[in-house]
Design a protein around this ligand. Structure first.
Ligand code: ACO
Length: 401
């Protein structure tokens, strides 16, 4: 095998790192994670401080431009984003082409990818202004697109954005308002949604972000790159974990069945994992999970849903797993998706909307990383491989096989 590789590999040094566990694919000044300490910094600011003091839109500004905005800069940024929250009316026809029972992530991959069909300026990524306007358009339109996917799936009319509301409040209204009925955004739910968005906003070179960078390295337009990121996020080992986690809690059903599922998770041959537990980088408590747990408590208190059997299973599962030797020794803690799923369930979102909400939140991270990569004028991403197939051999005519 090595001889064959030598035939076409000019490099003397070759690394083989499946899953990229120890290979940096780029330099980045956006997000820092210390997995052992359980620390997450956006542009140097600890996530706990941002979650307490900042808002998702302010954090978007920070991630995109590197510094916290002044009051004037934040007002200007908010105006620029809200100006772009509507989608083209032709998009409605696009949605109507999908089956009603389509998964909203499937719809989003298609619709976001198709945005470049409406904004031809996005095809010229050499112009910084085009990159900037594409970034703003995506941050603004993703909540509208996700809410439309939801409304379409439940057979209700689309709700247009209301730009006097906050980013999170507007999204809740687009999902839950129905014609002829008043809809007041509850400030506690609005804050919880804002936190979900902020805590998911960026997470350095995770699978979907790396996908966006790789797609972008070929010069593809930003809408196509973000659609690629959405597709990657959908997987249950990544953004799809929040849906998979809630589905697992439903399957467990009652507290007395938890030991059976814990035993299954410990059994290598079962192929089963406790969804919402473990993380590639955090080998300590995920700092986002700590903040999210607080939010979950607030939301459950507000909605008075403590007796919800699903949530009881979640709390008990968390308690048992945190004191179980298997999970302790492998440093498997509940991750952010464990708690975000509980909050979204309590708010009334169907599980199929969990990953689209993650996609809305991560959009700013994807775009910030994409912009950083383009500005650096980097090389096209082109991983090598360790070839393990047959050595050179001669073609055999079908008559002789
Ligand atoms: N349940 C049971 N065992 C687990 C779990 C789990 N959730 N996660 C890891 N393990 C075990 C593995 O079987 C392995 O055991 P071994 O050492 O005996 O072989 C060990 O812990 C290490 O697991 P790896 O798969 O090597 O860890 P990796 O860092 O590659 O995986 C991942 C991280 C994918 C997140 C994993 O923990 C997992 O599948 N978790 C469930 C899915 C999930 O919640 N994903 C969300 C991630 S967070 C996010 O995307 C925002």
């Amino acid at each position: 095998v090595l001889d064959i590789r030598k035939l076409y590999d000019e490099a003397d040094v070759f690394t083989f790192d499946p899953g990229f566990t120890s290979t940096a694919s780029c330099k980045s000044a956006i997000t820092y994670i210390d997995g052992d300490k359980g620390e997450l910094l956006y542009r140097g600011y600890p996530i706990e401080q941002l979650a307490k003091e900042s808002s998702h839109l302010e954090t978007c500004y920070l991630l995109l431009y590197g510094e916290l905005p002044t009051k004037g800069q934040l007002a200007d940024f908010t105006t620029r984003v809200t100006k772009h929250t509507m989608v083209h009316e032709q998009m409605h026809n696009f949605f109507r082409g999908f089956r009603r029972d389509a998964h909203p992530m499937a719809t989003m991959v298609g619709v976001v990818g198709a945005l470049s069909a409406f904004y031809h300026d996005s095809l010229d990524i050499t112009d910084p202004w085009h990159r900037e306007v594409s970034a703003i358009r995506m941050i603004a339109k993703l909540p509208t697109i996700a809410a439309m996917a939801y409304k379409y799936s439940v057979g209700q009319p689309f709700v247009y954005p209301k730009n006097s509301l906050s980013y999170a409040g507007n999204f809740l209204r687009m999902c839950f308002a129905v014609p002829a009925e008043d809809y007041e955004v509850n400030p506690i739910l609005e804050k919880a949604m804002d936190r979900i968005m902020m805590l998911h906003a960026d997470h350095e070179q995770n699978a979907s972000t790396s996908t966006v960078r790789l797609a972008g390295s070929s010069g593809a337009n930003p809408f196509a790159c973000i659609a690629a990121g959405i597709a990657c996020l959908w997987g249950p080992a990544h953004g799809g974990a929040n849906q998979a986690c809630l589905e697992m809690l439903k399957e467990i059903g009652t507290v007395d069945r938890i030991p059976e599922f814990i035993a299954k998770a410990k059994d290598k041959n079962s192929g089963f994992r406790l969804m919402g537990f473990g993380h590639r980088v955090y080998k300590n408590f995920d700092p986002r999970a700590t903040v999210m747990k607080e939010s979950a408590d607030e939301v459950l208190e507000l909605l008075g849903v403590h007796d919800n059997p699903l949530l009881q299973v979640a709390k008990e599962l968390e308690r048992i797993a945190l004191s179980d030797e298997y999970f302790i020794s492998k440093k498997l803690y509940p991750n952010v998706d464990f708690y975000s799923g509980i909050i979204l369930e309590a708010m009334g979102f169907p599980t199929s909307m969990f990953t689209p909400i993650f996609a809305i939140s991560r959009t700013v991270g994807w775009i910030s990383q994409w912009k950083e990569m383009i500005a650096e004028n980097g090389k096209i991403g082109r991983p090598r491989q360790l070839y393990v197939g047959p050595a050179r051999r001669d073609y055999v005519d079908v008559k002789h096989r």
